[in-house]
Write a protein that binds this ligand. Sequence first.
Ligand code: XIL
Length: 571
Amino acid sequence: MDGAVAGLPMSRAGRGWLLPVCLGLALLTSADAAAGRQGVNLLEGDWAHFAGAVLTDAGVRVEGLGRAIVPTEDADDQTPVANPPINLRGPVLRVTGDFALSARLALPSDPGGAYLTLYGELPYNQDEWRQPGRAVTLGVEDDRLIVELQDGIADPQRHVYSLGGREAAVTLGLARLGDEFEVRIDDKTVATLADPGLFDAGRLRFGASATVGSSFVLQALTARALENGRVEAIEEGLPVVEGEPQSLRRLAKKHHPHLDIGTAVSPIPLFADDAYARLLAREFSMVTPENVMKFQFIHPQPDRYAFAEADAIVEFAEVNRMAVHGHTLAWKEALPRWVTQPSHSDERLRQILAEHIAAVVGRYKGRVRSWDVVNEPFEPFGAALRSGSPWYRAMGEGYIAFALRQAHRADPEARLYINDYALEHPGPKSDAMYALAKSLLARGVPLHGIGFQMHEDMTEDYQPVAASVFRDNVQRFIDLGLEVRISEMDVNLHEDDSEERLQDQAEYFRAMLELARDEPAFTAFSMWGFTDRYSSLQEWWDADGFGNGLIFDADYRPKPAYFSLRKALRE
Ligand code: XIL
C-alpha cells in the first residue's frame, strides 16, 4: 500500500459520499450484505491523513507521538492529558444493534504500548484542557491487555487482563451485545463489561496511538453486524460549499475587497459536525486554526511533528477558496514539556525555535498567507515584555526579531504579524507595542502587521473600548506602514444575554467592522470562533455553558450581531 489505499480515492470533494465497503460478498445473500453481516474492512478507508500513521504493505504503522495537552503554567505540577490522534478524515462506522469489531495488531519487539480507540463521541480539545468524549480504548502494554471505558463524564474505567505472554501479533475484539461489551483476545472472550451507552449515537470513529519511541502495525480492522445489528462504513470528503450572495464573505468581497472575514476553527467539529463545516465555508473567507498549529499540537516530540489536523484545515480552506492565517509560532503557552524542561541551554532553545519555525512555516509555504509569528509578547497589562517563556529566557527581547527573521526565511511571501490583547486603547501596553514595532522596522526586521485580538467583555457595568478610541490608537501603527487586523474578536456578555444586551453586542461588532471596512490598512476582521457551541469562552467564564460572545448561538442560529455585520458590509 502506498498513498492510495485499495479501492478508495484518497481525496474527494463533496460530503455525504457513502461508501459501504464490502468483503466476501459472493458467499452471502444481499440482505446479509446490506446489513454488513459479512464484515467491512475499515483499513480500506483513508488512513493517510492520520497523525502518526505511515501506510505500509503490512498495514497502517502507528508511531508514538506522545501528544498531550499541557496544563497552564500555574498548574505546572499536573500531568499533561494525553491527546492521541483521531482519524478525523478516515472511515466512520455507522452501527445499530449488536456488532463486533476486530483489530489485528503486530506488536513491536520492545514492551511499548499499542492502543486503538473507538470513539462513540469525539472529545473536544482546548489547549489547556479537554472535554473527554465517549470511547473504548483497547491496548496492549507489555504482556497485558488494557481496556479503558470513557463515558465523557467520570474518570475513565481501566481494566487490565493478562495476555499470558506477549506474542508478535494479537487480535483484539470488542462486541456490543445488548447493553454489554464482550472483550476478546484471539477470539476467546476474556471479559464482559457493562456498556454505559458509549456508541448510542450510532457513529464510530477510530484513533490509535503508541508509546513514544515505539510503533505497531494495525494489520486488520474489521467490523461486522451480529444477528440483530447493522454496520456500514462511510467516508466523508472535505465539504465544498457553494457561495451565498448575502454571506459575510461574499458581501465583503463585493464591497470591501481589502478585508477578509475570518474566524478561528477547530478540526474536530470541522469533520464531525456538518452544520459547523457548512456555515464556516459559507460565511468566512479566512480561517485561523484555533489550537492545532500551536507548538504542543503540531510538534509533540523533538523529532516528531503532527501536521494532520493543521493540514486538514488548510486543505478545507483551499477547496473552499479561503485564506489561512497561521497561529502561532513563538508564544509562551501551549508548549510541550520537552520544550519547557529547564535543562536546555540557551543555544539549544534557539535551535529548537529556529527548527520549529522552519518546519512549520516551510510546510505551509505559499498556502498560509499570514502568521502570528509572535503571540502575546507583553505582560497582560503594562509595558513589560513577558520574561517567562523559554524563548525570552534564551534570547531576551531578541527572540522577537529572531522569530520574524526565521519565518521570513521559510516563506518570504508570508505576511508576518505580532499579535496581542489589550492593545486597543492607548496606554503603556499599546505604547510599548508601538515602540517595539517601530524599532523592529528601523532595524529592517520583517514585520508586516499587528494583530489586535479584541477579546471584549460587555456587561451592564462594563463597556469595552469605544470604536473611536481604537480608531485613534490604531492610526499610529498604520502610519508606520504596517498592516493591521482584528484577529480574535469576541464580545462576552457573561450572564446577561438578554435581547437588549444582544443588541448592544451587535452594535459593538458592527462598529468595529465598520472601522476595519473603512480603513484599507485592515486586512482582516476575524473572530475567535463563530458559534457559541464551540467557544473558548466556556472555559474562562462560564463553566456550565458555552459562553455567548460569538455571532451564532449554540444551535447555529444567527444572533443580531450576525445581521449587523451583514448590514455593515452591504454599505
Ligand atoms: C485559546 C483557545 O481558544 C482555547 O481553546 C485554548 O484553551 C486557550 O487558547 N489569545 C490567543 C489564542 O492568542 O491562542 C487563545 O486561544 C485565546 C487568547
